[in-house]
Design a protein around this ligand. Structure first.
Ligand SMILES: Cc1cc2nc3c(=O)[nH]c(=O)nc-3n(C[C@H](O)[C@H](O)[C@H](O)COP(=O)(O)OP(=O)(O)OC[C@H]3O[C@@H](n4cnc5c(N)ncnc54)[C@H](O)[C@@H]3O)c2cc1C
Length: 251
């Protein structure tokens, strides 16, 4: 993309939180919702740090390992996304490999994307494989990403990897988000790895939806059936990974 930019999501989240607090929102960290009970004037929300009664509740939790979200756990599959960052590249390498310093992304199902960091390292990310993120899994995915990077830039075969990490994204079956209301609880999630802009947009849309404008919800006509045979443990991920790898090979 000739005209592209990338975003520091840590700073973005901090900026959103600061803006919300400026408008009067109270934010409680390390307070996972463990239970929700319907009460006369709304919902009692239970956390290890205490309870509150809320007139309205919006679930925007993405993947949640804890809490009363069993219904959602049958519809959202947590999948890892991984990144590696090399040692700083030499001025010659920068000039040869990325003279325009653009952001790059390919179109495969097991997508890869890359860019240079301000301190001249190659940041190379992607799905790598259909697996969860944890330290062992991240390392394994890091090796796959390094190989993918070397496929694009053989010159980086001996370049050291200085950083490797991963995170989880909340994938739906058709990779489209879902938002709406169920049993008096609102939800908006399932951004499937593309939520940075969409979740921010849906935040403001859901405020209007919860103020009595359900017609504004772009996902209102999308049904959301449970994934057959799925109860929260994504046993089918290796099969799905192999299927998409094969698709990438033949297309
Ligand atoms: C490595 C990586 C790379 C990515 N790259 C991109 C990209 O290039 N472009 C893009 O658009 N998207 C990208 N994504 C995806 C993007 O980060 C997500 O789609 C987006 O963050 C989803 O926003 P969200 O608000 O729905 O969920 P999240 O940002 O996951 O926020 C959910 C919040 O809910 C909290 N929570 C969970 N359970 C509970 C509970 N029981 N009680 C209270 N709170 C709870 C969590 O702690 C978290 O703070 C990437 C993700 C990863 C991991």
């Amino acid at each position: 993309f000739p005209k592209s930019a990338s975003m520091h999501v840590g700073r973005f989240v901090r900026g959103l939180a600061t803006a919300a607090a400026r408008r009067g929102a109270e934010i409680y960290e390390r307070a996972p919702v463990m239970a929700l009970h319907k009460v006369a004037d709304g919902h009692e929300v239970e956390t290890p740090r205490g309870k509150i009664v809320a007139r309205q509740v919006l679930l925007a939790s993405g993947i949640s390992k804890v809490g009363p979200l069993g219904w959602i756990r049958r519809r959202i599959v947590p999948i890892g996304a991984f990144l590696v960052v090399t040692e700083p590249l030499s001025p010659g390498q920068l000039q040869r490999l990325m003279p325009t310093r653009r952001n790059v992304v390919d179109t495969r199902n097991l997508v890869v994307y890359w860019r240079l960091t301000p301190d001249n390292r190659m940041l190379f990310g992607g799905r790598a494989r259909f697996a969860a993120s944890n330290p062992q899994s991240d390392e394994k995915s890091g090796h796959i990403l390094k190989a993918a990077m070397v496929e694009v830039y053989p010159e980086l075969a001996d370049t050291r990897i200085d950083y490797c990490w991963g995170g989880m994204v909340d994938m739906t079956r058709d990779r489209l988000p879902r938002a709406g209301e169920r049993n008096g609880i609102y939800y908006s999630m399932g951004y499937s790895g593309h939520g940075t802009q969409m979740s921010t947009l849906m935040g403001s849309i859901m405020a209007d939806v919860m103020d009595g404008r359900p017609d504004l919800n772009p996902w209102k006509d999308f049904d959301w059936p449970a994934i057959p045979g799925y109860f929260g443990r994504p046993w089918f991920l290796p099969i799905l990974g192999a299927y998409y790898r094969m698709k990438d090979l033949v297309t």
